[in-house]
Design a protein. Structure first.
Length: 473
């Protein structure tokens, strides 16, 4: 009964701290009472009730005495559920009050008491510490980074991420990811990469974090290049880190985007052999990219289309393969479009346009785009190889055939007419007039005329454009 009375009195006093006179006398009496309670539950109950007064008045000596008493009693008896809840309250109040990781871990036995907690209470305290530590900017002190890494690992080990509901999963994973994001070793990029490698192994089940680590690694490589770093081995280490990490990402679309991003970084550094392997991996992801449970969401479709267009743009820069041929990857893209009924015709036209421009770029006698001067382009790699031009001509024939078929698949008459005209302009812009291109444009104009009015401005301007480029229909 006495402990309950003291608890109620303490709670009432904490509600009106500014009005309490002779704080020191009150606290002295409380600690005399506390010293008579060897039972952990009673000690915690009374200590928690008066803790706000102690913290508000910066009575740190009393706080350390309180923590000493908690630690001594916790060694003597098992911490039960009731004690655990009160202990969580005490530690959380300390974290909130000090708001500084150095001060918190400098408190008497704070870390020892924290190690005695367990279950959801322990996880909540770790969440609180990480949230507090990452609130005020980047974390650069190696000692603090090491301590917080231990806290993050303890939180991760205490949560079963594989069996959590998505809503429950988000908060701890977000806090851990934010901690990793805020760690900054500055110019010590080697330590930064080692930290990323440590996080990759420590938090393997947090897929969002694994994805973030790839972005960080690629950023480190770009920073090293921009700073004029001659540490080629470090840049290669960053690329290797990304390449090894990407397969742990659960969805093919995310893997596809990360492979393309890493390939771009490799190209920026002139590491063509790395970019070749990464692009091949991206193409393999594209082959496996499909709808989720047969019902792709619009964002996924848009992402696939965007990735394929990006891939086409990159292939302008990347030398082709003598073994596979220059048109190998573009044909994979066309096959993918043809085999995926869940991609609307109007979406497929964006990719077909990108393939058209890619083919036109590769057909130039003198390629204008190179990663680096010392890297051989297709105009040198395929010099004197008759199959190069033949492959591109074959690719163009497939493209023209696919264009007409895809336009006809569009159910909306207005949109069908519009994309037919867009393709006419595209073909006339990049291809010379041949029997094949003339036939394709003739079919597309016929489709447009059947869908649009004769005085449609887009139709009229397209006919004029075709005439200017000697496409006589």
């Amino acid at each position: 009964m006495q402990r309950l009375n003291f608890k109620i009195l303490g709670l009432k006093l904490c509600e009106r701290i500014p009005e309490v006179s002779r704080i020191q006398l009150v606290v002295d009496i409380v600690f005399k009472v506390l010293s008579c309670h060897d039972n952990l539950d009673s000690y915690l109950m009374i200590g928690d009730a008066y803790l706000d007064i102690i913290l508000e008045n910066q009575l740190n000596a009393f706080l350390n005495v309180l923590l000493d008493g908690i630690f001594e009693r916790a060694l003597e008896e098992k911490i039960g559920e009731n004690e655990l809840v009160t202990l969580q309250s005490i530690l959380s109040k300390c974290i909130t009050h000090f708001g500084n990781i150095e001060s918190i871990f400098g408190l008497n036995h704070f870390v020892d008491i924290l190690d005695m907690t367990y279950g959801s209470s322990r996880n909540s305290i770790h969440l609180h510490i990480l949230s507090m530590a990452t609130r005020n900017g980047h974390i650069q002190d190696p000692t603090i980074i090491e301590v917080l890494m231990q806290v993050a690992q303890a939180l991760y080990d205490g949560v079963d991420f594989s069996n959590m509901r998505k809503d429950d999963y988000q908060h701890p994973s977000r806090v851990i990811s934010h901690f990793v994001f805020m760690v900054d070793y500055g110019m010590d990029v080697e330590s930064q990469l080692r930290f990323l490698a440590q996080c990759r192994g420590a938090f393997a089940s947090i897929s969002e974090l694994q994805e973030m680590l790839v972005h960080f690694s690629n950023n480190l490589a770009v920073r090293a290049m921009r700073n004029g770093s001659n540490n080629i081995s470090f840049i290669k280490s960053c690329l290797a880190f990304s390449e090894v990490t990407i397969p742990s990402i659960p969805t093919n679309l995310r893997q596809l985007n990360l492979y393309l991003e890493t390939a771009e970084v490799a190209l920026l550094g002139g590491f063509v052999s790395h970019s070749d392997g990464l692009i091949d991996a991206a193409v393999n992801c594209l082959r496996n990219a499909d709808s989720v449970d047969g019902l792709p969401i619009p964002q996924d479709v848009n992402g696939v289309i965007s990735s394929m267009c990006k891939l086409c743009g990159m292939l302008v820069m990347v030398p082709g393969s003598l073994e596979q041929g220059v048109a190998c990857i573009p044909k994979h893209i066309l096959n993918f479009l043809d085999s995926r009924s869940w991609i609307l015709p109007r979406m497929k036209t964006k990719v077909l346009s990108a393939v058209v421009f890619l083919s036109a770029a590769l057909a130039q006698n003198q390629l204008l785009y190179h990663t680096r001067r010392e890297v051989i382009g297709n105009n040198q790699l395929f010099f004197g190889v008759p199959s190069y031009s033949q492959e591109l001509l074959s690719l163009d024939g497939v493209i023209l055939h696919d264009i007409v078929n895809i336009v006809l698949q569009e159910p909306s008459m207005a949109i069908r007419g519009k994309i037919a005209l867009e393709f006419c302009n595209c073909i006339a812009s990049v291809f010379t007039m041949t029997d094949e291109t003339l036939e394709a444009c003739s079919k597309l104009v016929g489709i447009a005329r059947s869908c649009l009015s004769a005085d449609n401005k887009f139709l009229q301007s397209t006919l004029m454009f075709l005439d200017e480029h000697h496409f006589r229909l």
